[in-house]
Design a protein around this ligand. Structure first.
Ligand SMILES: *Cc1c(COP(=O)(O)O)cnc(C)c1O
Length: 433
């Protein structure tokens, strides 16, 4: 197929580069990883998006996960508009915060209280402060291959030794800060035990994406996650599940429900806001009583619990709670992923599709299952080739080999068949030529 015309996107990008670093307001959008010009998106409806040159795409990025109902779902749209008619923000409590909290707390029974914030980053950053305030300890453990937003404590990569203190992965993060974060490999419980031993009574918490989905899809063993829970309990450290992607995605109760593990603090984002900026963290009454104004851990936000954003979240989560919502979504995703996988198998292409619930990832390697960041192939050239073939044929993914794809309730079997065919053709062109 011909390369699509991207004239308007190209012109907009030239302008945007004058206004924003890299022309964007979040780095991965700049297409640096896959090359070429980012598409400027004009509209979305159901599982489709249209760019500024009116090209249509089946969208598997879904705004990086939040749009589990697809674009512009009528229920979400109506509720947003209804609320907006009464004003957009008051900086005072509204009943909508109660409503969204009730929806969540009724189902997610291991937390008693929540605090709404405006992004996943904020939720995680606040959860860490809470863990430190509650335990009166400073160090934290995180894992290589998990992303937790861009707060200082978490822009940290592993040092040179196995159980050494971290070193900052971004300019502007003081080493003295990074030093408080211990970075360990995933899927290796022994290193966690050692870290606890070498930092006795100093570790406030372990933070993990229970379903790591920001650096490929690194699905962990259930036993490993349960062992983390046990270790945290034994060491009086808190276990924080960063469920900004997995929350309300692999089931309403997220990975905690999926694996039957009760974290001490849970962080949400993405789906919880129905496409508007919402994050949240929650824990038991005992832990949450440390948050201001009840307790000494300060955390606040001018637009926290914003009524329009709460409305979008309520409307979306109400749909998610309908019978068989997650079962249907999982069934469709499985069907889609297996159709690609069987094509790869038949032709002996070195691609293994990884998936869980409605999240999937193109693993360009012969390894059937990958647990750690280290195992991911550093060669993204095949994905990048595929990426542009898909764009030219009307299928949109997040622009990086390390990003996962999402199936939404708006993706019909017919559309999934169409996308699968385009993907399989793309793979043929890459591997046969
Ligand atoms: C997206 C994400 C974040 C950051 O959320 P933002 O809303 O982008 O700040 C944190 N943790 C995980 C697991 C995420 O996927």
């Amino acid at each position: 197929m011909e390369k699509r015309i991207q004239k308007n996107s190209e012109e907009l990008f030239i302008k945007a580069k004058k206004y924003f670093p890299g022309g964007v307001n979040s780095p991965v959008r700049a297409f640096r990883s896959v090359g070429g010009t980012p598409l400027f998106i004009k509209s979305g409806e159901g599982c489709h998006i249209w760019d500024e040159d009116d090209n249509q795409y089946i969208d598997f990025c879904c705004s990086w996960g939040p749009l589990i109902l697809g674009h512009n779902h009528p229920k979400v749209f109506e509720k947003i508009v209804y609320t907006l008619k009464s004003g957009s923000s008051f900086g005072a409590p509204t009943y909508l915060e109660n409503e969204l909290a009730e929806l969540i707390l009724k189902e997610i029974t291991f937390i008693d209280k929540l605090r709404f914030v405006s992004s996943g980053t904020e939720a995680v950053m606040s959860a860490l402060r809470l863990a430190r305030g509650f335990t009166k300890r400073n160090k934290i453990i995180k894992f290589d291959g998990c992303y937790h937003g861009h707060s200082d404590s978490l822009l940290v990569k592993a040092g040179s030794g196995l159980v050494t203190l971290g070193t900052s992965s971004s300019a502007g993060v003081p080493e003295s800060f990074a030093n408080q974060t211990i970075v360990l490999p995933l899927h290796d419980i022994e290193t966690v035990k050692r870290a606890f031993k070498e930092n006795k009574d100093e570790i406030a918490c372990i933070i993990i994406e229970p379903i790591p989905a920001n650096n490929g899809l690194l699905i962990q063993d259930k036993e490993y996650l349960h062992e983390l829970r046990t270790l945290c309990t034994e060491e009086n450290s808190l276990l924080i599940f960063d469920e900004v992607i997995s929350g309300f995605r692999v089931g309403f109760t997220g990975a905690a429900g999926y694996y039957d593990i009760k974290p001490d603090i849970v962080c949400y984002g993405k789906i919880i806001g129905g496409g508007l900026p919402v994050g949240a963290y929650g824990a038991s009454e005992e832990i949450m009583s440390n948050i201001s104004p009840d307790g000494p851990v300060y955390q606040a936000g001018t637009l926290s619990g914003n009524p329009v954003a709460m409305s979008a979240g309520i409307a979306q989560l109400e749909e998610c709670l309908k019978p068989n919502f997650y079962e249907e979504l999982e069934k469709k995703t499985k069907y889609f992923v297996e159709s690609i996988q069987s094509h790869c198998q038949k032709n002996a292409y070195p691609v293994n599709m990884m998936s869980i619930a409605s999240i999937f990832w193109f693993n360009f390697s012969t390894k059937k299952h990958i647990y750690t960041a280290e195992e991911i192939s550093g060669d993204t050239s095949q994905f990048n080739l595929l990426y542009h073939k898909l764009l030219d044929n009307g299928v949109y993914f997040g622009p990086s080999a390390y990003e996962v794809g999402f199936v939404s309730a708006a993706h019909t079997v017919e559309k999934l068949n169409e996308a699968s065919k385009i993907i399989c053709n793309g793979l043929d062109e890459i591997f046969i030529n």
